[in-house]
Ligand binder design. Structure first.
Ligand SMILES: [Zn+2]
Length: 146
């Protein structure tokens, strides 16, 4: 089950620069789809988005919905955050390894809904969606997989 929440407080953190190249990603979030560029030649997923496949250099990349399911690959807990992030401490920055293969694909995001002392490498997580109505955008975060 996809988790989604609405951020009602004034949003004071950086916003993405939505462009023609990355708009399929942001439109996907709005419709509860997590999309990753997938190479049409070697079928590897490429994150972060880049003009060419990191495995074979093909420029035939296709925005492809993925499950959003992952496991914690690495993480750190932040106890003193800069600016508006200071309101969220303690918070966890997490590198999640998507279950999609063949090549490992890690996605960086905050992990919400778990105490920093309870996070472990290999823990099941999934993408959660965060609607920010005041900015007309949907962001993403990791949440524990239920
Ligand atoms: Zn490729």
């Amino acid at each position: 089950m996809t988790e989604a929440r609405i951020e009602t407080a004034p949003y004071l953190k950086p916003l993405p620069n939505v462009s023609e190249l990355n708009s399929p990603f942001w439109e996907g979030l709005r419709s509860r789809e997590f999309r990753i560029p997938r190479c049409a030649e070697c079928h590897h997923y490429n994150w972060l988005p880049y003009p060419a496949c990191r495995s074979c250099l093909s420029e035939r990349l296709v925005w492809t919905p993925v499950s959003g399911r992952a496991t914690v690959w690495s993480f750190t807990a932040v106890y003193r955050g800069p600016g508006a992030f200071g309101l969220d401490v303690p918070y966890i920055i997490c590198l999640g390894q998507l279950e999609e293969q063949p090549r490992r694909c890690n996605v960086l995001a905050n992990l919400r809904g778990v105490n920093p002392d309870d996070v472990t490498v290999g823990m099941p997580i999934e993408i959660g969606y965060v609607d920010i109505p005041s900015e007309d955008i949907t962001m993403y975060e990791w949440v524990p997989r239920r």
